[in-house]
Design a protein around this ligand. Sequence first.
Ligand code: PAF
Length: 296
Amino acid sequence: MSIPIVRTFAELRSIVAPWHRDGLKVAVVPTMGALHEGHLSLVRAALEQADRVIVTLFVNPKQFNNAADLAAYPRTEHEDAAKLAPLGAHMLYAPDGPEMYPDGFATTVSVAGTSEGLCGTYRPGHFDGVATVVTKLFLQTGADLAFFGEKDFQQLHVVRRMVRDLDLPVEIVACPTVREEDGLAMSSRNLRLSSAQRQAAPKLAEILFATAEQLAAGAPAQDVFAEARQIILSAGYREVEYLELRADDDLSPLEAAECPARLLVAVWLGDVRLIDNVRVRPKQGTAEVVAPAAAA
Ligand code: PAF
């Protein structure tokens, strides 16, 4: 069993146009490859809701603000295709750099507000790169549905804002973060962790959920964050970029979980940057943490 791999927009269009003509519902799952169970859960969800599923694989240089990070990003196309084939995804669209950004490419899609703060502060230009490539992928595939993981929670908000603002005819479907059995949020970057770092890594989710419990019990964010940062650092993390409480629906900053909220974190473990987030949901004046599903 194999999956067709398409390299050019022209070929993509020639395959997808008849799908659209026949009224089939087309879904896209944008990825940068190094596929893990999180990506596969998006593909499975897409297959349930659409007639045709295109998985895209493009390590988008425009969203890396750091050349070393781009160079180190895992590239495992062969394995990725092998993981997708048995699921029944219909196409792997894997263009190269010049196909996506031909000579003279000069357009940037930039989403103000939502792209600022959190990862936007520490990765300047990152969300412009994401918004630009995702717009292209939506237009190239003409997808009716697009699937994104909640793990990249700010990205999900940026894409939703962009789709609303530009009237892009695509419905964004969010899927829950998938975690390893020890709680570590799945990420292509986990492949870069040494075995010692991999052992330390699940501490982050543990601390995040414990902090969310405190917020759920009504603690003011600033009171619990100082201690949480210390615990993260003493668990072996090199740096905490941010630890913030934001509103679930519009990412506005919160001082306490008095409405449906997200606790978001970005850290460095050695030279690997990891992000994670958990939902904190208020209930009768306090908030209730939604615990991670084993595969969510
Ligand atoms: O989440 C990712 O892997 C990337 O940001 C995306 C959405 C595929 C755009 O390059």
